[in-house]
Write a protein that binds this ligand. Sequence first.
Ligand code: MG
Ligand code: MG
Length: 271
Amino acid sequence: MIILKTQSEIGIMREAGLINQACHMEIKNHIHEGVSTWELDKIAEEFIMKQGGKPAFKGYHGYPATINASINEEVVHGIPNRHRKLKNGDIIGIDLGTIWKGYYADSANTWAVGEISPDADKLMRVTKECLYLGISKCMEGNRVSDISAAVQQHAESNGFSVVRDLVGHGIGRKMHEDPKVPNFVEKRRRDIDHKLKSGMVIAIEPMINMGSYSVEILEDDWTVVTTDRKPSAHYEHTVAITKDGPVILTASEGQERFDIEEFSAIIGNKR
Ligand code: MG
Ligand code: MG
């Protein structure tokens, strides 16, 4: 069941989103060679608590940390570790969530450590573009599959593949609500291809692989890696659908209503 949110609920979720985004920026400042993912996790936890929020991932189905830190071939759900230190040339996906006044915000970024390969740079750029193309489809009357198709088309036309086993989701008083928001189009699932309505809040999160879309889970029961061990990138925003178009609840102050036409023009010019 899809739970629509009132304007005031969306306002609270925006506050949650601002804390989450500020935490991402704090982590970004500490991304450099030699830092352990455990240190990044402590920085994130302290930051969210100081703002009066609660880390959403910690304790979720027994997850032990505040952030997911997923390096290179790790797609998502990498567990922070004292012994896992960032190396020059790594790309690291940071996913984190905040609970604020009973509501959730969820967003992810992928960052470069030092000097990365041109291929990794392209993977990050295209994945981020996929996210914003998906957001540009968050218009009343569109369907979830309009988001999915925009993400899939852009990833695949750039020679990359879209992870099938994990998808975006509705979000609100729970981290994961209906509907599911896949990054690919499932032809036989028109029954779950919901129409987008004002008041829906969804987390759009393309996970894009340099090689095959196939993934597997490591023995820690959390870390999702690409089966071919090629790199993967992940970006995510929590987005509200409103009568006036999408509002990015996890964007920085003033960035919540990005200019869709301007963005489409930028992407169009790159093709
Ligand atoms: Mg997330
Ligand atoms: Mg999510």
